[in-house]
Design a protein around this ligand. Structure first.
Ligand SMILES: Cc1ncc(C[n+]2csc(CCOP(=O)(O)OP(=O)(O)O)c2C)c(N)n1
Ligand code: SF4
Length: 279
């Protein structure tokens, strides 16, 4: 039975599918899944009005584990898929999820342009600073001196991205960071991100005990930003650059023009547009 067809309030479990996650024991992605389903339950969004689009990676499996509409896409291409859906169905709540490799390596170009277009999408980057699915290669958020990878035994020697700074410079209008070790706070951030009209970028620090066991230390270092949600990009960039990447909260939120603001689907005039090309 579809719970949304009854008068009963939806519980977070109603947003989970019957497919059992195959993530490793202790993987932070379990908590991100919990946070997403809690956020959807808080917002009481009908299952049929939500879609979760993902790329490829351990984290991207998340689309199969929710009961909303889902699409487990192609590596790095979750954002353009989601943008297409949102363009056609501006009435739907469209969530996008994937890993740091998915979103910043192969999908890096899509990420910066999604920020720039500011479509009303909520993008959850499950950042474990590694390629989990392909057995532990360094990613764009891996520290330059991480020596445990067989492929980069002396470290990458390359500076890592600060995803929040990249999102700000690219035009995202909501930028936040949460932690798999605090799913309730991550759910709070997700609710704010989903309610925000525009592109919401949420970096979810998600532990990978298999390839980054040292991330067990994260829980000692993660703390909340003392101040939250400035709308001033100059203040936000100073906060982001000064931070070590372990502070959580909403870093930036601003009302900026959005492609589908006003609720008119870009496809509304499609028939007329096509008729101009008729032979
Ligand atoms: C076009 C293409 N290139 C490479 C791959 C191999 N591949 C699968 S997942 C992945 C990286 C996964 O890392 P990340 O996105 O950080 O997700 P995680 O597994 O850590 O959650 C790669 C390189 C692929 N599936 N498709
Ligand atoms: S390899 Fe890492 S990211 Fe992938 S399921 Fe296992 S713990 Fe999670």
């Amino acid at each position: 039975m579809n719970p949304s067809s009854t008068n009963t309030a939806l519980k977070f479990k109603d947003y989970k599918s019957e497919t059992k996650p195959i993530w490793c024991p202790g993987c932070g992605d379990f908590s991100v899944l919990n946070a997403i389903t809690k956020a959807l339950a808080q917002l009481q969004l009908p299952l049929q009005d939500v879609a979760l689009i993902s790329g490829i990676g351990c984290s991207s499996r998340i689309a199969a584990y929710t009961s909303v509409y889902g699409f487990h896409g192609v590596h790095g291409r979750a954002l353009p898929l989601a943008a297409g859906l949102k363009a056609a169905r501006s009435d739907m709540t469209v969530l996008v999820a994937g890993g740091d490799g998915d979103g910043l390596s192969i999908g890096g170009n899509h990420f910066i342009h999604a920020c720039r277009r500011n479509m009303d999408l909520t993008y959850i980057m499950m950042d474990n600073e590694v390629y989990g699915m392909t057995k532990g290669q360094a990613s764009p958020t891996t520290a330059h001196d991480w020596e445990n990878s067989k492929l980069t035994p002396d470290g990458t020697g390359v500076r890592s991205f600060k995803p929040a700074a990249l999102a700000l410079a690219s035009g995202a209008s909501f930028i936040a960071r949460g932690f798999s070790g605090d799913p309730n706070d991550l759910a709070r951030i997700l609710v704010a991100g989903i309610e925000h009209k525009g592109f919401s970028f949420i970096q979810a620090l998600s532990v990978c005990p298999t390839y980054r066991p040292e991330h067990a230390e994260w829980k000692k270092h993660v703390r909340k930003f003392e101040t939250e949600a400035t709308g001033d990009p100059m203040v936000a960039i100073q906060q982001i650059v000064a931070d070590d990447g372990m502070s959580t909260g909403i870093m930036y939120q601003r009302d900026l023009p959005s492609l589908e603001r006003g609720g008119t689907s870009p496809l509304a005039g499609l028939a007329e547009f096509e008729s101009e090309f008729e032979l």
